[in-house]
Design a protein around this ligand. Structure first.
Ligand code: AMP
Length: 280
């Protein structure tokens, strides 16, 4: 498998081949959720660049960054057997941050004001800085992102339009474990008890989808917290937000589309999930 660490080299390699390039940006510790993006990218492009970069500026706490799972050898083995279209890109800090490792400042309006934007100040500036640099370095035709991070996906669509980066942004459905837990690199940090408890997050969102017409958003929030916190988990937030502007609502309007957005702590490990609110 072709592997590059420097943007200069990968640019030169890709430039000499006028074929379609798909990009899948990740922070590594790859799992089947990541692989679903890679699979789709392989079907739709001649080459697929998978970047692995744990971006310091999108973390709010040093301890969170330091404990973030990493498995570079495992990632290589997984991708090596996957497809010969794959190009592995593990940039250095200086490749994505020409000067100081500091995020740029963006304005995404309401898209990044709430949920993750509210609870992780500067997180999206960090993500956007690296995605903009990756798009400029790789110049992909298509880039693939998971709906698991729905707010991030919407922010990237906005970034792409604002900066005229000319990439087609493709959202991919959330891949779950058999018991419903959304796959995440952070799941490997859960102890046995936390791992056993964590599926209650998705299960409760599904229950809310079955009964939401009977209650308002604040009742949904109380229900979610009660169910989830019975299992020694701690809810950081529960929101219902319109999918267009990502502004949380307290009442549902008839012909608008909404999603649930939740963040839950299992000990020190923070898990997020989101599903569309079913109006039927
Ligand atoms: P990460 O390595 O966590 O930054 O994720 C890299 C990409 O994979 C992002 O676009 C995520 O939204 C996506 N992703 C992570 N987990 C999943 C999942 N369970 N299902 C689908 N996509 C995912």
């Amino acid at each position: 498998m072709l592997t590059f660490r420097a943007s200069k080299e990968i640019r030169a390699y890709l430039k000499s081949r006028s074929r379609s390039i798909g990009l899948v940006p990740t922070m590594g510790a790859l799992h089947s959720g990541h692989l679903s993006l890679v699979k789709k990218a392989c079907k739709e492009n001649d080459y697929v660049v998978i970047s692995i970069y744990v971006n310091p500026t999108q973390f709010n706490h040093k301890t969170d960054l330091e404990s973030y799972p990493s498995n570079p050898e495992g990632d290589m083995i997984l991708l090596d057997s996957f497809s010969d279209q794959i190009i592995f890109y593990t940039p250095d800090h200086k490749d994505l941050y020409p000067g100081k490792i500091k995020s740029k400042s963006y304005n995404f309006g309401s898209i990044t004001t709430h949920m993750e934007g509210q609870f992780r100040p500067d997180h999206f500036n960090g993500v956007a800085t690296v995605i903009e640099a990756l798009f400029k370095n790789i110049n992909p035709k298509n880039a693939y992102f998971g709906e698991k991070d729905f707010q991030q996906l919407q922010m990237i669509k906005n970034l792409n339009a604002q900066k005229k980066l000319n990439v087609t942004i493709i959202g991919c459905p959330t891949v779950r474990e058999k018991d419903g837990l959304a796959m995440s690199s952070r799941n490997s940090l859960l102890n046995k008890e936390q791992r056993k408890a964590a599926p209650i997050i998705y299960a409760t969102l599904q229950t809310l989808n079955e009964k939401h017409l009977k209650c308002d958003v604040s009742q949904m929030s109380i229900f979610f917290k009660k169910q989830v916190e019975q299992h020694s988990l701690k809810v950081e937030y529960f929101f219902v937000a319109s999918i267009n502007d990502l502004i949380p609502v307290s009442k549902l309007e008839f012909n608008k589309k909404y999603r649930f957005f939740v963040a839950v702590f299992a000990g020190k490990t923070r898990l997020i999930d989101t599903i569309e609110l079913n109006r039927k």
